[in-house]
Design a protein around this ligand. Structure first.
Ligand code: OSB
Ligand code: MG
Length: 368
């Protein structure tokens, strides 16, 4: 395989509803679409960096720079055997996993289209449909949160994640638990606590949560292990896990018992599969996280989540939960039973709606 041309599109997508986490509130989602051409094939990848460095240090601007000035020049017009070959060629770039993951995703799409096989099959996925849930942002009040959660349950979601932060934790979670006693419920703090302020989280242990996601800082495995020792509820790490080594060390020191796998955060689908394999071997559950992807990244998430170790529902919701207008022709919908079909067409199994892409594009660049 070979990329002879790569087009970058900086996207700004209007969210169906604002999304608030402990690091901020957004009304629009920025992202970068990669369009890679070679061997008569056009392939796509999504870089999930956002406008602001809230979830990670990467932004659409840093990813644009790293893709344009380092990653794409390192692979243009070079023969690429597979994803690990691509990773070797770009390994001289330290960090910037979201930029790398976007480029690698385009190679998987190209390989699938070349071999007329879906990315699901290339990765070793074993399911035709996967269990999914929805991640609900912080709302104006506990009461409105209960209303929003109720709406999603009505739509068929059977697993709900709510975002929490200091001051908006216990009362919100209790209100949802009280309204829906049997709901599969979990919370995500996006690193908003320290070991000291995490005392507020102890009472969550009584609420029968599936897991507590990333309460402490991303570089703080040690204090996560201290916190896990005080809780029965499993901790799940998101921001802290960038490599299989991090995953192994976190599990060995009991800093978490569950891992949220995100392709962008870990630098590509190949490393996401690596983390899955390690956890599967150690019988630690993993699930597929989300970054408010467009249809392109959503298709990749579904393919990844079809691997056997993804035993908990993913943050992979229907298109209409995110965007009224997406850039793919395919719109993803929820099946009865809170599952979603995994695309099985060649590559990622999505095609681009050029009109919608044009509307969402704020900047464009062609290389070479
Ligand atoms: O921490 O899981 C997170 C969205 C953006 C950045 C970080 C996170 C999230 C979500 C939404 O929780 C998941 C989704 O539905 O895509
Ligand atoms: Mg998270």
């Amino acid at each position: 395989m070979r990329f002879t041309r790569v087009n970058l599109y900086h996207l700004r997508m209007s969210l169906h509803a604002p999304f608030e986490t402990s690091f901020g509130r957004i009304r629009t989602r920025d992202a970068i679409l990669l369009e890679a051409m070679g061997d008569g094939i056009t392939a796509y990848g999504e870089c999930v960096a956002d406008r602001d460095p809230g979830f990670s240090y990467e932004t659409t601007t840093t990813a644009w720079h790293i893709l344009r000035d380092f990653l794409i020049p390192a692979v243009l017009d070079r023969e690429l055997v597979d994803a690990s070959d691509l990773q070797r060629r770009i390994a001289f770039v330290r960090g910037h996993p979201m930029a790398k993951a976007g480029l690698e995703m385009a190679l998987w799409d190209m390989q699938g289209k070349r071999e007329a096989r879906s990315v699901r099959r290339l990765l070793g996925g074993v399911r035709e449909a996967v269990e999914v849930g929805v991640s609900v942002g912080i709302q104006a009040s506990s009461q409105s949160l209960v209303g929003v959660v109720g709406d999603y349950i009505e739509q068929g979601y059977r697993r709900i994640k709510i975002k929490i932060k200091p001051g908006r934790d216990l009362a919100d979670t209790r209100a949802v638990r009280h309204a829906f006693p049997d709901l599969r419920l979990q919370v995500d703090a996006n690193s908003a606590y320290t070991l000291e302020t995490a005392a507020a989280l102890m009472a969550l242990d009584e609420l029968g949560l599936l897991l507590i996601e990333q309460p402490l800082a991303e570089d703080d495995l040690w204090d996560h292990s201290k916190l896990q020792a005080q809780l029965n509820t499993p901790l799940c790490l998101d921001e802290s896990i960038l490599t299989p080594r991090h995953a192994r060390q976190a599990l060995e020191m009991d800093a978490c018992r569950i891992i949220n796998v995100k392709t962008g955060r870990v630098g590509g689908l190949s490393q996401a599969v690596g983390i899955h394999n390690l956890c599967y071997q150690r019988k630690a559950p993993v699930w597929c996280g989300g970054m408010l992807e467009t249809g392109v990244g959503r298709a990749a998430n579904l393919a990844l989540a079809s691997l056997p170790g993804f035993s908990l529902p993913g943050d992979i919701s229907a298109t209409d939960r995110y965007y009224d207008e997406d850039i793919t022709h395919q719109r993803f919908t929820l099946n009865p039973g809170s599952s979603m079909d995994v695309p099985d067409e060649p590559g990622l199994g999505v095609s681009i709606d050029r009109k919608a892409l044009e509307k969402a594009t704020t900047a464009q660049l062609s290389l070479p």
